[in-house]
Design a protein around this ligand. Structure first.
Ligand SMILES: NC(=O)c1ccc[n+]([C@@H]2O[C@H](COP(=O)([O-])OP(=O)(O)OC[C@H]3O[C@@H](n4cnc5c(N)ncnc54)[C@H](OP(=O)(O)O)[C@@H]3O)[C@@H](O)[C@H]2O)c1
Length: 313
């Protein structure tokens, strides 16, 4: 089978032949049809976050994939060969960008009816982050929400799912994006948009009960935008977020880091939103495996609207 392999930090991707893996107990072997790019993929190979996030070489990058079950590990009865599945692989070992990949039952879900492989590969990591960020980090109820929600980075992978989940929860949603993405963010359900490229974009904007930050500002920047018992969660938490979190007991306003935990239960929650047509995955662009470097360049640009997909079909 073919796989994309890196041999050193900062190295170039190589598409090579490797032996196919064998699924173990509580695993399925997936014939991969699509993977999606997340910033963690290239940050891991760049070595940006060593030693917290290391890469073991030779290293196959990527965490999100969709495909068909090709074989079952010993004792697996929950899936059948040929079934369409998707996952955010567990752990920090990458491994998605190959033709055949083993995935644990704790993180795999059957794909929703009508969803294509590109969208199914695009959903897991960003969807889980948006869901856990809003529900757990910001304590937003998934139904009957009355909160005013601000999503920073509303056109990106995490943000465009967060806008839709907050809207599905009945919250009043404001998305922050640049002028070129205003129509997209409104189409996804935002009630209001802040165009951060405009001069003085925050003038006349009322406080928010919930702020989900998928860009990486600081608590001091965003706490003034919160209502007295408002909740701010950052998907790009630096030391300031952890320090301010320690002070939550002294303040009505709270700060939380979002540290996404892959699991099949939450992916099934997201899949239900897709089935109910309350959540769509926007595709920014699609590349063949041979052009992984170009796909990563697009991701590094920080300008992707929705998800970047690698087509393995
Ligand atoms: N902690 C976790 O568990 C976790 C999980 C997932 C992701 N993350 C992190 O979260 C961040 C976002 O991930 P992602 O996949 O959503 O990234 P992404 O898809 O690459 O985000 C790109 C989007 O960000 C927007 N953007 C850039 N600067 C902005 C700004 N100043 N204000 C508003 N929007 C801005 C861009 O819109 P414009 O072109 O309009 O500027 C673009 O649509 C990354 O740093 C990623 O590593 C963390």
């Amino acid at each position: 089978m073919r796989a994309i392999v890196f041999h050193e930090y900062g190295g170039a991707p190589q598409l090579v032949e490797r032996p196919a893996p064998t699924p173990g107990p509580r695993e399925v072997l997936v014939r991969v049809r699509a993977t999606s790019v997340n910033p963690i993929d290239w940050k891991q190979v760049d070595g940006t976050y060593r030693p917290i996030l290391t890469a073991r070489f030779p290293f196959v990058p990527g965490y999100d994939l969709a495909g068909e079950v090709a074989a079952l590990g010993p004792g697996v009865t929950e899936f059948s060969v040929g079934q369409r599945v998707h996952t955010r692989l567990s752990g920090q070992a990458g491994g998605a960008n190959a033709e055949l990949v083993c995935a644990g039952l704790d993180v795999v879900c059957a794909m929703p009816e009508g969803m294509d492989f590109a969208q199914a590969a695009g959903l897991p990591l960003v969807g889980l982050t948006a869901l856990q960020g809003l529900r757990d980090g910001c304590k937003l109820p998934l139904e009957g929400a009355t909160e005013r929600v601000l999503v920073i980075g509303a056109s990106g992978g995490v943000g465009h799912v967060a806008v839709q989940l907050a809207k599905a929860a009945s919250a009043h949603v404001t998305g922050v994006c640049s002028a070129k993405n205003v129509d997209l963010v409104r189409r996804l359900g935002a009630d209001a948009v802040v165009d951060y490229t405009k001069p003085d974009p925050w003038r006349d904007v009322a406080p928010f009960d919930v702020v989900l930050d998928a860009v990486g500002g600081s608590p001091s920047q965003h706490l003034p935008r919160l209502s007295p018992r408002g909740r701010y969660a950052s998907c790009v938490p630096g030391p300031a977020v952890f320090l301010r979190q320690a002070l939550n007991v002294f303040s009505g306003r709270t700060v939380a880091p979002v540290l996404m935990k892959p699991n099949a239960k939450d992916l099934a929650v997201l899949d239900a939103f897709v089935t109910q047509r309350r959540l769509e995955v926007v595709i920014d662009s699609t590349y063949p495996p041979e052009r992984l470097a170009d796909a990563w360049a697009r991701s590094r640009s920080g300008r992707a609207a929705g998800k970047i997909v690698i087509d393995w079909s």
